[in-house]
Design a protein around this ligand. Structure first.
Ligand code: NAD
Ligand code: LMR
Length: 340
């Protein structure tokens, strides 16, 4: 309760600096789901959002009616699950967040979600490419390593692809990393920064502890921490025991990324978030998308940070990451080519 009030007060304070001319429409596709609902709540509490458009194949209008009673200025609308409803939800959006799709159950990998989620994301991307081609698209649906390339292929086929405006949301990996390292070091998690690069599944998640505030963590302690960051999602899937995967921490992470984009769009400089994007960093090795720290700006991606200096251990993690990542990306690309 205290934390919720703190968050609200923070947003209220920021409201004074976000002027009315900076109206921003944000659409959530999959808004009635486990992530969609708390994410929409956090966006409703954000004064930088002037209009919130909620779409789902079921329950969008109900979630919108509920949120619309919160005494914050933004308008909230729920849309019917029809092509027209989806188009209207998307039209005029500055940011489109996509948490639509099925979550994992124990024993599954994120790649096991591909068969269901690939076509969901492809179809939503088609609608977004038509109705809001210039919006920033934030893909949450798993497997992110493949769903982001799916969106890029859909946009390319329609001649509207702008690599600066497509983002795979990997924020939860750094949120977890700062929390987990603080637990081992008995420090304040909000002050811990651990760069995490690569992708968003298992060994493609590469934490760079050598660039954290605790570069000397070594041996078994290092191995355990790296493993926990790489497989943090599994911890939640197991604990939820068949009822899904991370939703609340993901909502926080998604809302943070959207807030960062809005701050950057509204002129703030030096806003940096990790994100999985069309990146030049490993293209020479055939890996077209890669997550690293990215400076955001009014045009989306402003500057892609290099991975930086890594140690021998992290070199090996990167090697394992790139092999898997390449396959995951190709799978997404091939899917759209075979199922346009
Ligand atoms: P959920 O099942 O609770 O919610 C998904 C929602 O999507 C449901 O309300 C469903 O009706 C809706 N939906 C399905 N098809 C749709 C379509 N075509 N159009 C619009 N809405 C549609 O699942 P969840 O827990 O919210 O997870 C959603 C996705 O997010 C999963 O794929 C999960 O793996 C992923 N996820 C990603 C991260 C990350 O870090 N990127 C973190 C957690 C979960
Ligand atoms: C996560 O990291 O929590 C998500 O990708 C969901 C999952 O399947 O683990």
């Amino acid at each position: 309760m205290f934390a919720a009030r703190q968050t609200f007060n923070l947003f209220q304070k920021r409201a004074f600096s976000a002027s009315a001319s900076q109206a921003s429409k944000v659409a959530v596709l999959g808004a009635a789901g486990g992530i969609g609902q708390p994410l929409s709540l956090l966006l409703k509490l954000n004064p930088r959002v002037s209009e919130l458009a909620l779409y789902d194949i079921r329950g969008g209008p109900g979630v919108a009616a509920d949120l619309s009673h919160i005494n914050a200025n933004s308008n909230v609308s729920g849309y019917n699950p029809t092509p027209e409803g989806l188009r209207d939800a998307l039209k005029g959006s500055e940011i489109v967040l996509i948490p639509a799709g099925v979550p994992r159950k124990p024993g599954m990998t994120r790649d096991d979600l591909f068969n269901t989620n690939a076509s969901i994301v492809r179809d939503l991307a088609k609608a977004a490419a038509e109705a809001s081609p210039e919006a920033n698209v934030l893909v949450i649906s798993n497997p992110v390593n493949s769903t982001v390339p799916i969106v890029s292929e859909v946009y390319k086929a329609r001649g509207v692809y702008n690599p600066k405006r497509l983002f795979g949301v990997t924020t939860l990996d750094v949120v977890r990393a700062s929390r987990f390292i603080s637990q081992t070091q008995k420090t304040d998690p909000s002050k811990e920064v651990v760069p995490v690069v690569g992708g968003h599944s298992g060994v493609t998640i590469v934490p760079l502890l050598s660039q954290s505030g605790h570069p000397s963590i070594a041996g078994e302690a290092r191995d355990a921490l790296v493993n926990r960051i790489q497989f943090g999602g599994d911890e939640v899937v197991k604990a939820k025991d068949g009822a899904g995967s991370a939703t609340l921490s993901m909502a926080m992470a998604g809302a943070r990324f959207a807030e960062s984009l809005l701050r950057a769009a509204q002129g703030e400089k030096g806003v940096v978030e990790p994100t999985f994007i069309d990146s030049p960093l490993y293209k020479d090795q055939g890996v077209d998308f890669f997550a690293s720290r990215v400076e955001l700006g009014p045009n989306g991606v402003e500057k892609i940070h290099e991975v930086g200096k890594v140690n021998e251990y992290e070199e090996k993690l990167l090697e394992a990451c790139l092999g898997d990542l390449k396959k995951n990306i190709q799978k997404g690309v091939d899917f759209v080519k075979a199922n346009p």
